[in-house]
Design a protein around this ligand. Structure first.
Ligand code: GLU
Length: 316
């Protein structure tokens, strides 16, 4: 299967046009890197006269910090990044994900998997395949049955196994990123059959994000470049589920002094939004990172005025 996705037209865009979103995981407050994603996606939506939705991606419950969702919302409000509609929570959409999984199962695309990370690492080691640090292990297909005929959705509902999607033999996904240009990934070589439901019963990010983006009619996904390598998987799932593919724009990552992406794991500091002056200073740093270097630097400007200037300057 060779899939080339056009990013210049989106035949099933909803009638009300552009719909963007910011989808933070509540694993901690916003830091400089997540503010760049928030600001970039907000500016892109506003420049296009579109909607900007807030989705709290709180599926991976062991990693979520209680109260972080509220903290993120307060930080966004302090920065003047108001969202449209009510925020949505992935933890409240389990049935949606289950329905999507069952659809894929009926189509015989899924199989159960009992491999732990260690088993996969050992198998890859045995095959002489070394996975560099920070890179995902390519699933070697250990549990993949010769035929996918034996699965049943009852097992999904009750089982303690992970569920993977079986990729077709050739699965090259090509798409054009609105910022980074032409992209392509061979899913078999770079990812392997990937997990949609984990053995602990949690739905994975890949499945949930695709289902939510489709259900919310998202037309434009503007997010950090750390998520670029997930995009081909998501486009593949959109195709399998019969959803439209949104347009993608990946923004430059903020790195720390060791060249690592800012994250809670690298102990990134939360942005300081204690008052308007500090919030504006954080916004200014984020804007510079996005290449907006000629925005008003007056001390007396309000956040709303500054955001308006930034929206005008944004190249969509
Ligand atoms: N929840 C993801 C994160 O915080 C973002 C998902 C997305 O934008 O697709 O990294």
């Amino acid at each position: 299967m060779i899939l080339a996705v056009s990013t210049h037209k989106n035949p099933s865009s909803p009638a009300d046009g552009y719909r963007g979103r910011f989808a933070p995981s509540p694993t901690g407050p916003l830091h400089a890197g997540s503010l760049v994603a928030a600001l970039g996606s907000w500016l892109d939506a506003r420049k296009n006269g579109g909607k900007w939705l807030l989705r709290i991606e709180d599926l991976d419950t062991p990693r979520c910090i209680p109260g972080a969702d509220q903290q993120i919302q307060s930080q966004l409000l302090a920065c003047g990044l108001f969202w449209d509609d009510e925020p949505t929570y992935q933890s409240q959409q389990q049935e949606r994900y289950q329905r999507a999984l069952e659809r894929l199962n009926v189509l015989k695309y899924l199989y159960p998997c009992s491999c732990s990370r260690q088993t996969i690492a050992n198998t890859l080691h045995g095959l002489g395949i070394h996975t560099p640090r920070n890179q995902e292990q390519v699933y070697p297909g250990t549990c993949r049955p010769k035929s996918l005929e034996m699965n049943s959705s009852e097992v999904i509902l009750g089982g303690k196994l992970a569920w993977r999607i079986a990729l077709p033999p050739h699965c090259q996904i090509a798409f054009e990123d609105l910022s980074l240009g032409q992209q392509s990934q061979d899913l078999n070589k770079q990812v392997g059959d990937f997990v949609l439901k984990r053995s602990d019963g949690l739905f994975t990010y890949q499945l949930a994000v695709v289902v939510d983006d489709a259900e919310q009619g998202i037309t434009h996904i503007v997010r950090g470049a750390d998520l670029l390598s997930n995009t081909a998987r998501q486009i593949y799932l959109q195709n399998m589920l019969g959803y439209a593919t949104p347009l993608y724009k990946h923004l430059p990552l903020v790195l720390d002094k060791h060249g690592e992406k800012l994250s809670k794991q690298t102990l990134a500091n939360q942005i300081n939004t204690q008052d308007a002056q500090h919030a504006l200073a954080e916004l200014r740093k984020a804007a510079q990172h996005l290449g907006l270097n000629e925005l008003p630097d007056s001390e007396s400007i309000t956040i709303a005025e500054w955001l308006l200037a930034a929206t005008h300057a944004w190249k969509s």
